[in-house]
Design a binder for this molecule. Structure first.
Ligand SMILES: NC(=O)c1ccc[n+]([C@@H]2O[C@H](COP(=O)([O-])OP(=O)(O)OC[C@H]3O[C@@H](n4cnc5c(N)ncnc54)[C@H](OP(=O)(O)O)[C@@H]3O)[C@@H](O)[C@H]2O)c1
Length: 515
């Protein structure tokens, strides 16, 4: 073995480890070494499906370098047959190459695809910059496998035609793969895609003038019918407040979605969801929030850890494994006013600040999980705070809550108007935004200011009484966080974002106005 690039080095290393297990522990292992496999259903980061999809869109087929590299292509059904033969007839401890002696230059592959689509190769093939570890040739001798009775059955012409037919009949199968058709695809540029491993094939490149959003797939017969890149969301939290609203929003926006059936802490059930739904993005609005309120978490600590820590991390990990972006509804209740961020100062906590509020077990677990999620480059953490919606009958709505309390404290806080911000979370998913985001409207609003609006817009007779934080402490189990979050990062990305008071009036009070 003489691996020439980091990818092949990991493969060679894995092969040796497996062999070593066979020798040391008698594990019955057989190793197969494959050539380039192609056929229907292959993810379009690979050369053949990529060329086919580009040709379907009438785009140029870009080739890294001069295209003289050679590869041996085997049709997927022949490879599956080889596995079967090796499984039943192969000798334990042996290595079998699954290959073909027929080699093809990348140039010729591109020309054959052009031929199938009636395209002029001279005009349709473009040579672009080579990639770092673009091996010239891999060649495998398949004699040993042939001796077991296997032989290649599908000719190149037949296999390529079948592959082309599958892609033209299933143009939407892979959804929006514009990212994968780019010159050097990277993970997360491919919604719904998998990790780009730069492995066995030469990736091709899109033409320099192509922008991802313009790469629409069209079937060859329809001359140019652009289709919308299709999104498919997998949402956790079907029975929850935010999860319920997200589903309604998707319906309104015509975005395909399904709710996850799995439980967050059950990895196998999450994997099953991902395999069956084939989402482009995953939204996590599941978690325990406690009923009637977060005090519940104080007496149900292991349940809280199971869902909010173990569960959230498991989902993030499953998503990472599948190259999926997870939009995670987290909380901003992990901060409290302090000396550097005093109440009324206008200095809010930023995304990079370390949580300083662990007064309640709920907040403590949320701060811990947020810290760990930083290590996941496929996660977008949305710090929601004191959510508000236009549904004033919903008991979870902050307005509804405080209008029903006997007494309320009066402290300015950052808050999230869901009617305005949930559509933004969808837009953030489309933009593949990651990292931590303070997911609140800019500015703060106090309890009394909200209740004054409530009186002015909803019920002129409405009266309320305040009490102090010390008095409040007597009627709740765990302390609550009060803070201002700095929403400038979100505002910069979405300049149209309204301040909390403007948003409250526009989304919650004006539509419910009774006075
Ligand atoms: N509401 C707030 O005040 C607020 C504020 C800031 C942040 N957040 C965060 O935003 C997220 C959503 O909040 P929400 O108000 O929509 O919560 P919610 O109404 O309490 O809904 C929680 C959802 O999570 C599901 N769930 C709980 N444990 C689960 C598990 N182990 N596996 C799978 N699903 C599970 C529940 O389903 P089952 O009924 O089937 O268990 C429910 O659908 C939460 O993470 C919350 O911490 C909420």
């Amino acid at each position: 073995l003489l691996p020439t690039n980091p990818y092949s080095a990991t493969k060679a290393g894995a092969e040796m480890l497996v062999m070593a297990y066979g020798r040391s522990y008698g594990l019955p292992v057989i190793t197969t070494r494959g050539n380039n496999v192609y056929g229907p259903n292959q993810f379009p980061e690979k050369l053949i499906p990529k060329f086919i999809l580009l040709a379907m869109g009438g785009k140029v087929l870009p080739i890294h370098g001069d295209g003289s590299n050679v590869r041996s292509y085997l049709y997927c059904e022949d490879v599956a047959e080889a596995f079967e033969v090796i499984l039943h007839k192969g000798e334990v401890g042996h290595v079998y190459n699954i290959g073909t002696k027929k080699e093809r230059r990348v140039n010729d592959v591109a020309r054959d695809v052009c031929k199938l689509f009636g395209m002029d190769p001279e005009a349709s093939i473009k040579f672009v910059e080579n990639r770092p570890f673009n091996d010239q040739r891999y060649f495998l001798d398949d004699e040993k496998l042939k001796k077991l009775g296997w032989s290649e059955r599908t000719t190149w012409e037949e296999g390529l035609k079948k592959t082309m037919e599958w892609y033209t009949q299933n143009p939407e199968w892979w959804g929006d793969v514009s990212g994968a058709l780019l010159p050097h695809p990277r993970m997360l540029m491919m919604p719904g895609g998998r990790h780009f491993d730069g492995s066995d094939e030469i990736s091709s490149a899109a033409s320099a003038s192509d922008k991802p959003s313009q790469s629409h797939m069209v079937v060859p017969s329809a001359r140019s019918t652009p289709q919308k890149p299709s999104l498919k969301f997998l949402i956790y939290g079907k029975t929850g407040w935010i999860g319920g609203l997200l589903g309604k929003l998707c319906e309104k926006q015509g975005i395909a979605y399904e709710y996850g059936k799995g439980r967050l802490e059950d990895r196998a059930s999450l994997l099953q969801d991902v395999m069956s739904v084939k989402p482009t993005h995953v939204f996590n609005s599941a978690g325990v929030t406690g009923r009637p309120n977060v005090d519940w978490c104080e007496s149900h600590k292991t349940e809280t850890i199971r869902a909010n820590v173990a569960g959230t991390l498991t989902l993030a990990d499953v998503c990472r494994e599948h190259g999926l972006l997870m939009m995670n509804f987290a909380t901003g209740c992990i901060f409290e006013y302090d000396e550097k961020h005093p109440e009324g100062s206008g200095v809010g906590f930023k995304e990079e600040d370390t949580p300083n509020f662990t007064g309640s077990f709920y907040s403590k677990t949320k701060a811990m999980v947020e810290e760990l999620l930083k290590e996941y480059d496929n996660v977008c953490t949305l710090r929601v705070r004191m959510p508000i919606s236009s549904d004033l009958n919903n008991p979870r709505n902050f307005i509804t809550k405080i209008s029903r309390y006997n007494k309320v404290v009066n402290i300015p806080n950052s808050m999230t108007v869901l009617d305005e911000l949930l559509p933004i979370s969808i837009e953030m998913a489309k933009r593949n935004l990651k990292g931590i985001w303070n997911f609140t409207n800019p500015g703060v609003v106090s309890h009394n200011e909200i209740l004054e609006m409530y009186r002015d817009y909803i019920n002129p007779e409405f009266k309320w009484a305040n009490f102090t934080l010390e008095e409040q402490a007597k009627v709740i189990v765990a302390p609550r966080s009060n803070n201002e979050m700095d929403a400038s990062k979100l505002k910069k990305e979405f300049p149209e974002l309204l301040s909390i008071k403007e948003s409250l009036i526009k989304y919650a009070f004006e539509p419910n106005k009774k006075t």
